[in-house]
Design a binder for this molecule. Structure first.
Ligand code: TYM
Length: 324
């Protein structure tokens, strides 16, 4: 059985971009893979954050993932800082990672622009820690959204360089993309993300979902209700493709092109379907909030399992590197 590993930052509300681009795909994959998922708190601290809020964000990220379908009986879910080997392996990987490769990372360039006052070494080395997350467990598949592909390619390069220097220890992990690997923000301008405030949260209430969708960008060329629209360039249609039934998608596609349906009605169908998908997740999350010990228990069991795998890998790594 091949092993998958993926991670999510506890840096705020989990968005439908995270859900449609990654989490929903993880849920589909857990039956056929040995699966490990991680709340990557050590990545989240590479930008400014509120210390007092972090524990709740970590809890919420874990509980949202469980509520969204990561059944703890079928996978390991844990918090990165509970397994110290991640940072140890990252340090060793630093020694085989050229600085030039890190400087080319799109996410580093974007975050450096957003956080000019704190471009720290942790932010620069972020992808090295990500490579360590994956390779510590010798995972061969990494299900992510499109924005993470460059980081996984770098993880592959790091594995190759390490193996060439110290012996064949690590697999070269491959990306598994979800069917909707890039969800745009509601303004249609950039990728949906917490930091851009262009998102719908997985736990958002129906009224808030409806009002956000009501003002979301559609096909900009469609000025009047009687103008035909072009679903191919409409962000709302992309969301339909990930949330509506094949019949509804067909209908919207045909009717939009001949102005048979307006944006208001099209968005209403989408809102109904989104709310139907997210309602049970929010309810399950509220239940878990009332039983926090259950979530902590899942995370502790996950970390215990991961520590065993991590210890074995690090034993091999230290030996191979002459660190004995
Ligand atoms: P993060 O926390 O930004 O996002 C978690 C997952 O959600 C996906 N995603 C999206 N997919 C489609 N459209 C969007 N708008 C969208 N926004 C987010 C991301 O691609 C990701 O799969 N560096 C990672 C976390 C990480 C990790 C790892 C991932 C740390 N170590 C090891 C995989 C393996 C990150 O910042 O994800």
């Amino acid at each position: 059985m091949s092993r998958i590993f993926s991670g999510i930052q506890p840096s705020g509300e989990i968005t439908i971009g995270n859900y449609l681009g990654a989490i929903r795909n993880w849920v589909r994959l857990i039956d056929e893979h040995d699966s490990i998922f991680c709340v990557v708190d050590q990545h989240a601290i590479t930008v400014e954050y509120e210390i007092a809020e972090l524990p709740k964000k970590i809890f919420d990220a874990a509980a949202t993932n469980i509520a969204a379908g990561l059944d703890p009986a079928k996978c390991a879910l844990f918090v990165q800082s509970r397994v110290p080997e991640h940072t140890e392996l990252a340090w060793y990987f630093n020694t085989v990672t050229p600085m030039g490769d890190l400087g080319r990372m799109t996410q580093f360039k974007e975050k450096s622009k957003q956080h000019r006052e704190n471009i720290n070494v942790g932010l620069f080395g972020y992808p090295v820690l990500q490579a360590a997350d994956i390779l510590l467990y010798k995972a061969d598949r990494v299900p992510v959204g499109e924005d993470q592909v460059q980081h996984i390619e770098l993880a592959r390069d790091i594995a190759r360089k390490f193996n060439a220097r110290f012996g064949p220890i690590f697999p070269e992990p491959q990306v598994i993309l979800s069917p909707t690997p890039r969800i745009m923000g509601l303004d249609g301008q950039a990728k949906m993300s917490k930091s851009m405030k262009n998102y719908i949260g997985v736990l958002e209430e129906p009224a808030s979902i409806r009002s956000k969708l009501a003002v979301a960008l559609t096909d900009e060329n469609r000025k009047r209700r009687t103008d035909p629209g072009n679903p191919d360039i409409c962000n709302i249609f992309t969301l339909h493709k990930s949330l509506s039934s094949p019949e509804e998608i067909d209908r919207v596609n045909v009717e939009c092109r001949r102005a048979g349906i307006g944006c208001v009605d099209c968005k209403k169908i989408l809102a109904d379907n989104m709310i139907r998908e997210l309602d049970p997740i929010r309810e399950k999350f509220r239940e878990l909030e009332r039983r926090p010990d259950e979530v902590h228990d899942v995370l502790e069991k996950g970390a215990a399992r991961c520590r065993t795998i991590a210890a074995a890998t690090m034993d091999e790594v230290r030996r191979a590197m002459g660190l004995r």
